[in-house]
Design a protein around this ligand. Structure first.
Ligand code: TMP
Ligand code: ASP
Length: 237
């Protein structure tokens, strides 16, 4: 597999073409951003930690029957993935109230949400990823009704698999964001699953073990990600 030109550079990952039309290389960088790119920093080891974290989770999801773009790890900071046409929406499931849900609705943080909520956001930093709904997604053609229904079904399936996986490691899966794409017409999970895109709390202490440590300036960001990984049995080096 030969690495070719850079296709796209996001806030924390870069995407490269390869000598095979159907595959891309994802590079997980140490760059970390929050608040739609307003707060940025470089965190040592984060690219490697998130790359290996994502590989572990995507493999678990694939084993559970969730189609994902992940093919294999290529190096500490690179993974091979399927080339997809991404749907420009983010699917968010919440099991416990936190973050923008609390800000928007005046709900206290830490309440169990039963049933878990499902929200959609448009991927657009300039507009601060506004919340959208299924009607808007269909009307503006961001996804068809069928594609969105499949993405929603897979997003809930991910919840069933990962809530248990984290719970067994003494961690609460508070919420998470997923992005889907189309690969040869099929809705497939893309982007990444790492502590950059979800909230994870220690079950006993409710200590934050995710990107909220960065957003809130709590320190020990990568250390917390590695602690989660260690509890899941991920080998970082
Ligand atoms: P929120 O509380 O800010 O709406 O975020 C909910 C979850 O989704 C949280 O785990 C962070 C994640 N998320 C991202 O990773 N990127 C995003 O752009 C958004 C809107 C949410
Ligand atoms: N990842 C997004 C950003 O860089 C949102 C966030 O995590 O706060 O702004």
């Amino acid at each position: 597999m030969e690495k070719r030109a850079e296709l796209y550079s996001g806030k924390a990952k870069s995407v490269y073409e390869t000598d095979e039309q159907d595959f891309l290389i994802l590079e997980f960088r140490n760059d970390t951003s929050a608040f739609d790119g307003e707060k940025v920093d470089q965190l040592e080891r984060k690219g490697m930690v998130n790359n290996k974290f994502n590989a572990f989770i995507m493999t678990k999801l694939k084993e559970a029957g969730v189609p994902t773009h992940f093919e294999r790890l290529l190096s500490d900071q690179e993974s091979l993935v399927k080339r997809m046409e991404m749907l420009p929406v983010e699917c968010v499931v919440r099991n416990i109230s936190a973050g923008s849900l609390c800000r928007r609705l005046g709900v206290a943080e830490g309440q169990e949400l039963n049933p878990p909520t499902f929200e959609l956001f448009l991927k657009n930093d300039a507009l601060h990823d506004p919340m959208v709904n299924e009607s808007l997604v269909e009307t503006f053609g961001w996804a068809t009704k069928e594609q969105l229904a499949r993405a929603k079904e897979l997003t809930y399936k991910v919840n069933d698999v990962l809530k248990k996986l984290f719970d067994d490691a003494g961690i609460l899966l508070v919420d998470y964001k997923l992005e889907f794409g189309l690969f040869k017409g099929e809705v497939v999970l893309g982007d990444e699953f790492s502590p950059d895109g979800c909230r994870l709390w220690d079950k006993a202490t409710r200590n934050k073990l995710d990107k909220d440590r960065f957003r809130q300036g709590l320190g020990g960001v990568v250390e917390a990600y590695e602690e989660v990984g260690r509890r899941l049995g991920i080998q970082f080096d």
